[in-house]
Design a binder for this molecule. Sequence first.
Ligand code: ADP
Ligand code: MG
Length: 387
Amino acid sequence: MKVQEQVSQAFRARYGEPPRWWVAAPGRVNLIGEHTDYNDGFVLPMAIDRAVWIALRPRADRLVHLHSLDFDQSKAFSLDDFRNEGHSWAEYVKGVAWALGEAGLTLGGWDGVVAGDVPVGSGLSSSAAIELAAARAFATVSNLFWDPVRMARLCQKAENRWVGVNCGIMDQLISAAGEAGHALLIDCRSLATTAVPVPAGVRFLVLDSAAPRSLAASAYNQRRAECEAAVHKLQAAYPDITALRDVSPAMLEAAADRLAPNELQRARHIVSENERVLASTEALRSGDMARLGSYMVASHASLRDDYQVSSRELDTLVDLALATPGVLGGRLTGAGFGGCAIALVLPAAAEGAAETIIARYRAATGLPGSAFVTSASQGARQVAGPA
Ligand code: ADP
Ligand code: MG
């Protein structure tokens, strides 16, 4: 059953009437541009055809009643008095209420049933999906103007400050502003977005390593600190720079002796990755999929060797993908240390490649692993009734 029907049925069962509205917000894969977002750089993600859905109706009071089908749990809070109660799925909704309220927006209460098919904790940003779905729910109930960039920023604030995860803007912005059939080039400094059509002649495979991401949070914070340290030292040579975004490969090599070896490696990844994102955008636009594939492979090598955020499992997945007929490129996607890889594949080969790669991955690692073919989808939206 589709997620929209699941939340509809559960809503009827709880409240004895159909929902008034449905909202949905997608997860994402990043085609290229990893760890560049918090360096003011470029990313090229697309929203996937998996989303968090909420079926809802307005309430006359200022309570928010939530039921999660995936966590089989009900939660309620008052918009006039709510606290952070630690780690629960409902904190993502509360965090959004908090951020919208801090921005001076007046919110109304609602009853909602929540469910999704974005794999949770696999690096496809189910967290941004639930945040943007919640924002869309509040916007619908409270008659708020839907400005995707503003909503993405407020949801990022909710994740940073309410949930306590130090993420960049990419996940929320692509979930807010994704367009069907398009990847989105995002300039993470200006937040300008450019939709880039995905040619009909390719598919993307999401390859889930099913490996734990236990190191991810501490390594992520460490990489951010290393990038900041590199900028600080490079400013002695280039006073005008404020982020690695401002540094070209030639500038970096000319000042290489100012950096510690690890800082130089991290900076090399960011500086080269920004160039690959822009080149990949051109390759996508001109339909040169072999070229896009080669940039993805180079991105993976840079993440593995210079940024050092890959893992044995992700390397195995990418190697197996590249050895499979019809696959044009592959790389880890998301922050790394487990989670997912992505492969660029010819349409006729897509389903077969997914099966082959996962069978070999299971044999090589003993981990479950899974794969699905995905397509570029629309960002956070309000939806008419089920078809
Ligand atoms: P991801 O890589 O998927 O973003 P995170 O750990 O950042 O992983 O976010 C996952 C959390 O988001 C879940 O533990 C849960 O609290 C919340 N979440 C994601 N999807 C759902 C859902 N369908 N229903 C309720 N909460 C969800
Ligand atoms: Mg997340």
